[in-house]
Every structure is written in structure tokens, then in C-alpha cells.
Design a protein around this ligand. Structure first.
Ligand code: NAD
Ligand code: IPM
Ligand code: MN
Length: 352
């Protein structure tokens, strides 16, 4: 089959991990006889430098017309002096909004092979850890009213019923295909927006009688995640809490370098690792490409209908980890240290 994929390299380690991703796509083409028409689009810092805007119109046009979008990461110190709306990160938020991808799915699964990379002691991770974070992505404090004066600044957290209803529905639908438990994380003891969140989540839950619903305040939730990670199935939460909890969950399962994400809405899906542009290791062939490669796996399954290809990618990653190869971020004693390119070579070799 033939697909049009928009690809955004972005900044920092973006080009390195996207190079890995494109090589995986090429291998899938070769082995399964598909055709991926890869069309590069600019976003973030690279777009500011080349076209003077973090989100050029042509990028939105390209992405909207494609079958799926693959993105590396944006941002870096070079653009940190810019004001909010001109920063690389504003480009990413703008793209999410333009694509209407309100549901950000971030699976945090502890692979048997990566147990040693987890900072948690073995008694806490002896049970299966398979958490699916469902983060609201196009609302909340990221997109509310903002303002900055010399001595005062503000960002408004605002949600309406419909925004909460649709993301809650996504979480319950996911739970139905998993262990039938949703933990909704909010701050309903303080925030009005969280009170409405809880109310609407309760209403949606009525249509999913088989799913157990539990509510947690964010402070407790962040704590329970390290104390009893195996107790979570689906975590449903707002934009900012989901951002923070997903980095926390990534460390529990080994490294921020291994977590993929799928951002879904009514139209085109956006696929990106959860990490950033990692300026501290950019250009050094040190970045873990697994988060990007597993994002391609999510793309295969969620946007392209290529289930066996997606599963093959996942198996290839596990096989390489089983053989003991590791990038620096997931390195333990007795493992073999490899760089971004070598890790990619090894994974590609397993796709056959
Ligand atoms: P970061 O995720 O870029 O890096 C945090 C730490 O994790 C660093 O030590 C980094 O080296 C490490 N790390 C990240 N990805 C890795 C990988 N694939 N392999 C190995 N190690 C990895 O977060 P940060 O330092 O807070 O942000 C850096 C820049 O990235 C900022 O400009 C930020 O705004 C941006 N950012 C972009 C995205 C995105 O594009 N989706 C996400 C988060 C941060
Ligand atoms: C992420 C990032 C982004 C977010 C930033 C770069 C805008 O941290 O994708 O997790 O906060 O959503
Ligand atoms: Mn983040």
C-alpha cells in the first residue's frame, strides 16, 4: 500500500532520531512491499531559522493532507530568548491545535529487558507495569488566556464539558480493551476546572459499567506512581498534569528515551517520542531512537492499519534489547553500549 507521511526533524537530537525513524520506514517498505512518500516539513527552531515562523502555513497544509505525521522534537537554547508565541514550542502547540489532536496517548510499558534500567527497586517492579497515559492535548492551561506585564503574569486553566467528555471517552474506550480501570488525576480539591473535570468524567463513566473508575489528586497520583506503579492501567488527565506524569512514568520504565506517543483526533494523527530535543547530547550519536521507533509502531497501528508491521517493529526493538544492546540512557552492567545509528542498524536487522 502507498502512504503519504509528513516528517518533521525539528531541533537538537530531532534530526538524529528522525533519521532512525526514516530508516525503519524504509525497511518496512522493503520487507512488506509498501510505499511511504516522505515529505519533509519544517517546525520549531529550524522553521524560525529558515522561514521566520515556528509554524509556517505550508507545514500545516502538508501535515493536514498527509496520512500521518512523524515528529522528532523542537526547541533549544538558541531560541530561548524569544517571547512565548515566537518560540519553537509554540510551533508544536500550534500544530497539535491545527490537527485537532486532542488525545495524547503515551504508553509506559516496562519491558522485561529494561527492568535493570528502572530506578525503582525490584520489589516495586516485579509485577507487570503497563500504563497508558491519556493526556488531554489541545486545551487547559497551555491554551487558556495568557498575559505578561513587568511585574505580573498569568496563564488560565479552562476546560469546557465537551473537551472533557471526549478525552474521558478516549480513556474509557482504551480501558475496555485493557484491564478495565481508569484513574482520573486532577486537583478537584482546589481547582474549579478540576471539579468540572471530575463531574464530567463521572458522567462518561456511566456508559462504561465494566470499567472501574478511581479519582486521585495530582500530588497523590505523582506519589502513587512511584510507590505502586503496577496498580495503574489507564491514567486520564489534563494537559499539564499529563505532561509531567508522562516524564515520571518514562523514568519508571527505563528512560525518557523509550516512550512513544500518538496524538489523535478527528483527522490526521501525529506521532512523536515524548522527550524533547535534548540539547545536552545533540549531534553526539547518543540519543536513544527507541521512543521514535515505537512511535512509528503506533503510527502503523493507529493511522495506517498496518498491524503486523507495527507488531514486527515492537518485536525487533525487544529482540535487540534482549541481546543486551543499549544506548547510554538505559545502560546497566554487562550491557553493550551503542550509539543512535548502531541501535537503529540493529533494530532494522531484526525487521525481516
Ligand atoms: P529533554 O526531554 O529534551 O531532555 C531531558 C533529559 O533527558 C536530558 O538529559 C536529555 O539528554 C535526556 N534525553 C531526552 N531524550 C533522550 C533520548 N532520546 N535519549 C537519551 N536521552 C534523552 O527535556 P528538556 O531538557 O527539559 O528540554 C530541552 C528542549 O526540548 C527544550 O527546548 C524543551 O522545550 C524542548 N522539548 C520539546 C519537546 C517536543 O518537541 N515534543 C518535548 C519536551 C521538551
Ligand atoms: C511534550 C513537551 C511539550 C508539551 C512542550 C515542548 C510544548 O514537553 O510534548 O511533552 O509540554 O506538551
Ligand atoms: Mn513534556
Amino acid at each position: 500500500m502507498e502512504f503519504n507521511i509528513s516528517v518533521i526533524y525539528g531541533d537538537g537530537i530531532g534530526p538524529e532520531i528522525i533519521d532512525s525513524g526514516i530508516r525503519v520506514l524504509n525497511k518496512i517498505e522493503e520487507v512488506y512491499g509498501h510505499k511511504f512518500n516522505i515529505d519533509r516539513a519544517l517546525l520549531g527552531g529550524e522553521a524560525i531559522d529558515e522561514l521566520g515562523s515556528p509554524i509556517p502555513n505550508e507545514t500545516i497544509d502538508k501535515c493536514i493532507k498527509s496520512d500521518a505525521v512523524l515528529l522528532g522534537a523542537v526547541g533549544g537554547p538558541k531560541w530561548d530568548h524569544l517571547k512565548g508565541s515566537e518560540r519553537p514550542e509554540a510551533g508544536l502547540l500550534g500544530l497539535r491545535k491545527a490537527l485537532g489532536v486532542y488525545a495524547n496517548i503515551r504508553p509506559a510499558i516496562l519491558f522485561e529487558e529494561l527492568k535493570e534500567a528502572s530506578p525503582l527497586k525490584s520489589s516495586l517492579i516485579k509485577d507487570n507495569i503497563d500504563i497508558c497515559i491519556v493526556r488531554e492535548l489541545t486545551g487547559g492551561i497551555y491554551f487558556g488566556e495568557k498575559g505578561k506585564e513587568e511585574n505580573e503574569a498569568y496563564d488560565v486553566e479552562r476546560y469546557n464539558r465537551e473537551e472533557i467528555r471526549r478525552i474521558a471517552k478516549t480513556a474509557f474506550d482504551m480501558a475496555m480493551n485493557r484491564n478495565k480501570k481508569v484513574t482520573s488525576i486532577d486537583k478537584a480539591n482546589v481547582l474549579e476546572s478540576s471539579k468540572l473535570w471530575r463531574q464530567v468524567v463521572e458522567e462518561v463513566a456511566k456508559d462504561y459499567k465494566e470499567v472501574e473508575l478511581e479519582h486521585m489528586y495530582i500530588d497523590n497520583g505523582a506519589m502513587q506512581l512511584v510507590r505502586q506503579p503496577a496498580n495503574f492501567d489507564v491514567i486520564l488527565t489534563n494537559n499539564i498534569f499529563g505532561d509531567i506524569l508522562s516524564d515520571e512514568a518514562s523514568a519508571i520504565v527505563g528512560s525518557i528515551g523509550v516512550l512513544p506517543s500518538a496524538s489523535l483526533g478527528e483527522g490526521v494523527g501525529l506521532y512523536e517520542p515524548i522527550h524533547g530535543s535534548a540539547p545536552d547530547i545533540a549531534g553526539e550519536n547518543k540519543a536513544n531512537p527507541i521512543g521514535t521507533i515505537l512511535s512509528i509502531c503506533l503510527m502503523m497501528k493507529n493511522s495506517l492499519g498496518l498491524y503486523k508491521e507495527g507488531t514486527k517493529i515492537e518485536e525487533a526493538v525487544k529482540e535487540v534489547l534482549k541481546k543486551g544492546y543499549r544506548t547510554g540512557d538505559i545502560m546497566s552492567d554487562n550491557n553493550k553500549l551503542v550509539g543512535t545509528r548502531e541501535m537503529t542498524d540493529l533494530i532494522i536487522e531484526e525487521i525481516k
